[in-house]
Design a protein around this ligand. Sequence first.
Ligand code: H2U
Ligand code: ZN
Length: 350
Amino acid sequence: MPNFEINDVPHTRLNLLTGERILVSPHRSKRPWQGQVEDLPTEARPEYDPACYLCPGNKRADGSENPDYQASFVFVNDFSALLEDTQAGLINEEGMLIAETERGICKVIAFTPRHELTLPEMEVDEIKKVVDVWQAEFASLALNDWIKYIQIFENKGSIMGCSNPHPHGQIWAESKLPMEILKEEKQQREYYLQHGKTLLSDYLALELKKQERIVVDNEHFVALVPFWAAWPFETLLISKRHVKDITEFSEAEKLDLAKTLQELTIRYDNIFSTSFPYSAGMHQAPVNAGDQEFWHWHMHFYPPLLRSATVKKFMVGYEMLANPQRDITAEKAAEIIRNQATVHYKGKNR
Ligand code: H2U
Ligand code: ZN
């Protein structure tokens, strides 16, 4: 039984996936929701931009020419942060200056030839083709036994440092497990050992019972604002079936994932009538790394906006030095996202 009023009292919440805590200050957001909708001039983008390095037929920085692709297009990043031919190497000076080489492959994926679109403006069957490509890329990268982890992600909007509005994402595959994955691996492994079920299966069952933070719920997927969300409109997408990675998804699941992505991103865009920026990515089991039965596929959306299309939440001050903190509760944020229409605010203008 709760022994404090969660909607009134400052409190911390535990992030089950990382083992970290966030601070919630609900008393500061007692004022009514002031979702300012500022009508920003929507920059009309052309269907094809001769200056864009992702549009079909255009030249990229390395001089190569993009094919006249019809759906999506994948290539190795011309400025890859990780390189495939990096040799193993280690530095350890007196146990204090420690460095290790990291080997990897970085790819860019253009979601569509259409320069002016974004994921929420694409049709479900077009998004499904992107899901197919993610699945195929994951499977083929995992064939390299030195690759241990594959990160599929999208950085959307200039506010997130995205360099080009042409809809695209990235895939980084590497020889070690990154920090966020190490945290989630530990939490999920421990839970599975104790309960014999995945952490996210049980968490999802609880959320479906409570119905307080659910945003999208269809046959195969749920999108919800996690109890421990740090970003104002953060969401977590969980597969109802326990799968470790995207290669296990059936055709029906991939179609549902495309529908979920479309619905969630349309709702996001509708909150402030703007193309909603975010960093989003899947967390999946490490590959070529032994038994990962405890790992449950999921996807995080971290959008930076707070009160309007232009008011960004900054993770600074206390948040940099202590814990992430939020005012608007996860429950309120879920209600706001749930109350949005599932038709894009720009209308069906394609
Ligand atoms: P963003 O998703 O952060 O916008 O990054 C796009 C990537 O595209 C970026 O990592 C790469 C950049 O290195 N890129 C190319 O591979 N070729 C180019 O011609 C320009 C940009
Ligand atoms: Zn995760």
